[in-house]
Design a protein. Structure first.
Length: 369
């Protein structure tokens, strides 16, 4: 009787090397890291109050140059709370955002179904929207959402001048700007600017505590003190004020120490790796020069044989090269993502290029003549 094929999770767990993000830790390793962290000596929190939570909130607020911040266990909740406060203040439910934004694509309609928001989708799939795209907006807006970087459009950032222009457009109309900054950490070196310069263009900012900086989970929402005060009840209404958040908070503080000083090097490595991959026949990278630590790899072939080949590499070589392979609008072209963290240090750029070449060859063998 044939053995049951390993699940993707089982295959990944059995791999000795993973290309994207940070080196994965097992449960015991996580417990050991938390136990040895200097932050583990801080007071255990209760319902969002405690030394570690306060330290994290103050630290992120200072990094972003905002007066106040609140830790939230889930990014979806933080962003819904932010949009609800902004739209209540403006007495309108209309929110402008990109059609590829995380809020629109990945949150099961939370904005519309939980808060009755009207999402006005502006821009094209090719990249971030611009001030010119906003000329089509005729409604009074409750908020303008800018995702930095726009993950689904290959982690692209709008040019700095275009970003400032969006802020000016919104400011002239009294429209608050909310930054979906899940990966804002790697946007700063992408722009060659300080985090505070970027955050200054927004009225509220959400940042992830596991993307780029490798915490266990959670996020921080930052803004003016009165804005955070108004957002807090919405966190409770969403059931997102946990009795204990201590492991998440300690891992976030540790991750900021461990990875934030290195984020610029991750962006530089992404650019070097992308340049090497662009030399491989059958591959293209998008954008040509990555804006942040993430980029897309466009591959000749259909998703299923390419994914089968990726699973084969995991089983045969113990290498988890990509997390998935998806179709594109162009038949015969598929896409995968690479997000550079410390896990990439276990590879050379040449080896990454060789592995993607092996992926393409394996897919062709699967497809047959």
């Amino acid at each position: 009787m044939p053995a049951t094929p390993a699940s993707n999770a089982e295959l990944r767990a059995a791999c000795t090397r993973v290309l994207s993000l940070h080196r994965p830790l097992g449960p015991r390793a996580w417990f050991e890291r938390l136990a040895t962290s200097p932050y583990s000596a801080l007071e255990i929190d209760q319902y969002g109050q405690g030394e570690a939570v306060q330290l994290l909130e103050e630290r992120v607020a200072a990094l972003l140059g905002k007066p106040a911040a609140v830790f939230v266990p889930k990014g979806t909740v933080a962003q819904m709370a932010a949009l609800r406060v902004h739209t209540d203040r403006r007495l309108t439910r209309a929110v402008a955002l990109h059609p590829l934004s995380h809020i629109d694509l990945d949150e099961d309609g939370a904005a519309e179904r939980l808060h009755d928001l009207t999402l006005l989708r502006v821009g094209s799939p090719q990249g971030p929207f611009t001030r010119a795209d906003l000329t089509a907006v005729r409604e009074r807006l409750g908020a303008l959402v800018i995702e930095l970087p726009l993950r689904r459009a290959a982690f692209q950032l709008p040019p700095w001048a275009a970003l400032a222009d969006l802020r000016a457009w919104a400011g002239a109309r009294g429209v608050p700007v909310h930054l979906d900054g899940a990966r804002l950490w790697s946007s700063a070196p992408g722009y060659g600017r300080d985090l505070t310069e970027i955050a200054a263009l927004a009225d509220s900012v959400y940042v992830s505590l596991y993307k780029d900086v490798g915490g266990l989970g959670g996020c921080v929402l930052a803004g003016e003190q009165d804005f955070i005060d108004e957002a807090r009840p919405w966190l409770a209404r969403h059931g997102s004020v946990m009795y204990r958040s201590f492991p998440l908070v300690v891992s976030a503080l540790d991750g900021l120490d461990r990875h934030l000083p290195r984020v610029a090097s991750y962006v530089a490595r992404a650019r070097a790796m992308a340049a090497r991959l662009a030399e491989v026949e059958g591959l293209r990278v998008r954008p040509g020069v990555p804006h942040t630590s993430g980029f897309q790899v466009l591959m000749d072939g259909d998703p299923e044989p390419l994914w089968d080949a990726a699973r084969g590499l995991a089983a045969d070589r113990g290498v988890w090269l990509v997390n998935d392979v998806r179709p594109t609008a162009v038949p015969g072209i598929s896409v995968a993502e690479v997000q550079v963290g410390d896990a990439a240090e276990d590879f050379t750029d040449d080896e990454v290029a060789q592995l993607f070449g092996a992926l393409l060859r394996g897919a062709r063998l699967t497809e047959g003549p």
